[in-house]
Design a protein around this ligand. Structure first.
Ligand SMILES: C[S@@+](CC[C@H](N)C(=O)[O-])C[C@H]1O[C@@H](n2cnc3c(N)ncnc32)[C@H](O)[C@@H]1O
Length: 333
């Protein structure tokens, strides 16, 4: 006698993967099964023995007072490991503009290639990249917190779309008009002299902090507009080494003064030479930064150690226009 039997196999296996978050672990497992042409649904997952005891989840450097914490690694892996909520995020992510062009710096022709991290990608990949890190930062932002993201036309539209689709409310798009831009050597189009910085709050309906009175006072008692005329980076800001896209302390100080209070915590997931952290600490805010290149993490550490000297810190404060204004007028920050 022959029997014909039909069985419905239920997938029940335990798979171990090393990943910084449950979400990434799940994606890795889905990938493995996709190769076998098996599609897993969310009910197929159940987690246990989650081990996040990783070396790179410890800070590379922490200041003595704990107001400056620096992590060395890929922010997409490290952001899910951070626990503390932050009041503000500033991000100067890759602009994806390093494609073999040339520019002029201090009278010399230089390549605009900033590093492998800034090489162009397809627009789909740029969108996926921006969506991912912005989504991870959103998890760490307090509900009344805000995010600032800088860019040029290469990335800024993608950033705006990611912010809107993740539920942020865009508050302003600041135009940073550089008072000393490099000349355009091709003479075939206008000189690039601006960058954009989108400011958005996490929740559409939860109010954010804006120091309106201070911004107005800094602007000669007239409402501060969304066009900021500030110089590009000055030589005194490069005493600890050079970063190809280092932001000026004057720009970072205005952002921090406008949107945070003393004692607040600021996160920068692409912190480069640590400018955000230096401005934050000069203004008595806490800082958490992440950077993927060792050379730049070390530069940030040197910059932070430099301002452990109160005289150096004070000399920087007097050179930063907005901080100098605040100190001289003794206004509330
Ligand atoms: C535009 S620069 C930031 C410069 C910074 N604002 C400053 O003032 O020095 C971007 C930085 O992000 C770093 N980076 C790129 N991709 C990263 C990633 N996935 N995780 C962490 N850092 C990354 C690069 O090495 C680079 O130093």
């Amino acid at each position: 006698m022959k029997y014909q039997v039909t069985i419905t196999e239920t997938l029940s296996r335990t798979v171990s993967v090393e990943a910084p978050s449950a979400e990434i672990a799940e994606e890795q497992v889905r990938g493995q099964y996709r190769d076998e042409e098996i599609v897993l649904g969310s009910s197929d997952f159940c987690y246990f023995d989650v081990d996040v005891n990783r070396e790179d989840s410890k800070p590379f450097y922490q200041s003595q007072t704990g107001d400056f914490k620096l992590y060395y690694g890929d922010c997409m892996e490290l952001l899910p490991l951070l626990n503390d909520k932050v009041d503000m995020v500033f991000a100067d992510p890759p602009y994806f503009l390093s494609n073999g062009g040339i520019s002029v710096q201090s009278g010399k022709i230089v390549s605009v290639n900033k590093g492998d991290w800034d090489k162009g990608m397809s627009s789909e990949d740029i969108d996926a990249f921006n969506r991912k890190w912005i989504g991870q930062c959103r998890e760490l932002l307090k509900d009344n917190g805000t995010i600032w993201v800088s860019g040029t036309y290469h990335n800024i539209f993608s950033v705006a779309n990611a912010l809107a689709s993740l539920g942020f409310k865009i508050l302003n798009v600041i135009t940073w008009a550089k008072t000393n831009p490099p000349p355009n050597i091709s003479c075939r189009y206008f000189t690039y002299s601006t960058e954009f910085i989108i400011w958005a709050r996490k929740m559409v309906k939860v109010p954010h902090y804006y120091n309106y009175e201070l911004m107005k006072a800094i602007n000669g008692d007239k409402q501060m507009t969304d066009v900021w005329r500030l110089p590009a980076i000055a030589p005194w800001e490069k005493t600890c080494g050079k970063h190809p896209t280092q932001k000026p302390l004057s720009l970072m100080s205005r952002i921090i003064l406008a949107s945070t209070k003393k004692g607040d915590k600021v996160l920068d997931p692409f912190c480069g030479s640590g400018t955000t952290g230096i401005a934050a600490n000069l203004l008595e805010r806490g800082f958490v930064g992440i950077e993927r290149e060792r050379e730049y993490v070390e530069m940030s550490q040197r910059r932070r150690l430099e301002i452990d000297n109160p005289q150096t810190a004070e000399s920087y404060r007097t050179r930063i226009k907005d901080i100098d204004f605040v100190e001289r007028c003794e206004v509330m920050v």
